[in-house]
Design a protein around this ligand. Structure first.
Ligand code: NAI
Length: 478
């Protein structure tokens, strides 16, 4: 059956399929989920719109969701993060050919414009036949935001004019919603009314959900996948420990050993990033606003300082905060010649790219895609990675399969939970139960040869837990 899709090049599907085959071996949690639920198909009837980096690992997630019975439409949640071979393989499907694709509709390619990005998001939300989506699987909250803004403006009867302060990206969103509401004035309330819930992948998207819920604006229930222990304490930390230096190496091939690297933020991503750079022999400086995280960084042996104090010393700058304006144009003016500046947080505004580009006389040269040299009028330059967007996915291929298996097993379980037990989740933001978190970890032990000690009945009684888990109270922090 013909279906709509938009990817770079279907002839890349064979390469993508080979990489998916290797990834499946490294994703034991997802494969065990297929074993457990493949026959009962708990996601039959689910129409899932996914907005999450279209990588090889995500391909394994998508094909797990379809194996569990779901219909799926997919976009990337970042303009640079798509792996075109993975997108092609998902469209072609395991049994199709480039001339006869039989897989899943994907609308994503590496190097989308912002206009294309938001067009893809709206297209994936616009279900053929009009009876979906009924679930969203989001990373960073853009798909959820588009639906909420659409409903807000529909109810207000108009899309506001952009103001000078609105970021360029929001202006693109406003334009898109203006056009879509002109074509169908009830489009977004209709879409929102069908959605049973959203499962959210990352810290930044989760912040947005809790904010909307506090403001009484959230339209459907959400599961916070990010804060499953087997997600944020693994993907955010060990994933970034792997993929941060991968991005820096592929972008610049500069020797990291002996350099001074500054990591802004010492949360989960910051911890993995700092360790990644230290592992290469860099002298790592950390900045923090939270005294607890600052103390943790100091205890780990990092020098904790401020961007202002270190800006002339560091060779490599990485921001991991999920906050904005961490590296300002004024900071970047003061950096060393050929300092490397990158972001591994979700949105590009961690680095003031607009302020940098607005410096009079600044000259931008593309060294290669996603690596740009900015030459200041005084003759010195800096190198900015992925135009300020997350560099581990823009300059490299993101986190490796094994760690993403943990994250995506949580995603799959969260989709099953919300889709099959909708009435148990009134509008709000929820976490998966700890027993399921422990189950996800358990699914990954054999592959690493881990021998787990079993509690005796007496030991279980002594520490007051069930021998089968959960083993920790909710307030335990790992
Ligand atoms: P987190 O909340 O654990 O850590 C952020 C840290 O930044 C906090 O400790 C906070 O105190 C600190 N911070 C905030 N403002 C700061 C400032 N002005 N200066 C210095 N430190 C500041 O969050 P997490 O999980 O580490 O995520 C951070 C970002 O990375 C989020 O945007 C998240 O969505 C994204 N992320 C990116 C991934 C990737 O593959 N690139 C993977 C996972 C998360």
């Amino acid at each position: 059956m013909a279906f709509d899709y938009k990817v770079a090049d279907l002839s890349l599907a064979e390469l993508g399929r080979k990489e998916i085959r290797l990834a499946e071996h490294e994703m034991p949690g997802l494969m065990a989920t297929r074993e457990e639920y493949g026959a009962s198909k708990p996601l039959r009837g689910a129409k899932i719109m996914g907005s999450l980096h279209m990588t090889v690992q995500t391909a394994v997630l998508i094909e797990t969701l379809t194996e569990l019975g779901a219909e799926v439409r997919w976009v990337s949640c970042n303009i640079f993060s798509t792996q075109d071979q993975a997108a092609a393989a998902v469209v072609v499907g395991p049994n199709g050919t480039p001339d006869n694709p039989q897989g899943v509709p994907v609308f994503a390619w590496k190097g989308e414009t912002l206009e294309e990005y938001w067009e893809c998001t709206e297209t994936a939300l616009t279900w053929p036949g009009g009876d979906g989506p009924n679930m969203i699987l989001d990373d960073g909250g853009d798909a959820t935001m588009l639906v909420h803004k659409g409903v807000e403006f529909e109810k207000a009867g108009a899309v506001p004019q952009p103001t000078a302060e609105d970021p360029d990206e929001f202006k693109v969103v406003l334009e898109r919603l203006r056009n879509s509401l002109a074509a169908d004035p009830k489009k977004w309330t209709t879409i929102a009314s069908r959605i049973k819930g959203v499962t959210e992948e990352t810290t930044t998207g989760v912040h947005r959900l809790y904010e909307m819920h506090r403001g009484g604006e959230l339209l459907f229930p959400a599961i916070n996948v990010n804060d499953s222990v087997t997600k944020s304490k693994f993907d955010n930390k060990y994933g970034c420990r792997h993929s941060l230096i991968d991005g820096i190496n592929r972008a610049t091939d500069v020797l990291i050993g002996g350099k001074v690297a500054l990591v802004a933020g010492f949360g989960d991503v910051g911890k993995g990033s700092a360790e990644s750079l230290r592992g290469q022999g860099a002298r790592v400086l950390v900045t923090e606003i939270d005294p607890i995280n600052a103390l943790q960084a100091a205890m780990e042996g990092y020098e904790v300082t401020t961007v202002e104090d270190a800006v002339e010393v560091a060779d490599i700058f990485v921001t991991t905060t999920g906050n904005f304006n961490i590296f300002t144009a004024e900071h970047m003016k003061r950096m060393k010649h050929n300092a490397i500046v990158g972001n591994i947080g979700h949105f590009d505004n961690e680095i003031d790219m607009a302020g940098l580009e607005a410096i009079p006389g600044i000259k931008k040269t593309e060294i290669k895609p996603q690596v740009h040299e900015y030459a200041f009028p005084d003759g010195h330059s800096i190198l900015v990675l992925s135009e300020g967007r997350l560099l581990n996915l823009g300059n490299a291929t993101g986190h490796p399969s094994f760690v993403m298996s943990n994250s995506f097993t949580n995603q799959t379980i969260a989709q099953i939970e919300l889709f099959t037990k909708t009435s148990e989740y009134p509008t709000g933001v929820y976490m998966l139960p700890k027993l399921l978190d422990e189950k996800v970890a358990r699914m990954h032990l054999d592959a690493l040869g881990v021998k787990l000690t079993e509690l005796t009945k007496e030991q279980a009684a002594y520490i007051g837990v069930d021998a089968a888990g959960p083993y920790k109270p909710e307030y335990y922090r790992y």
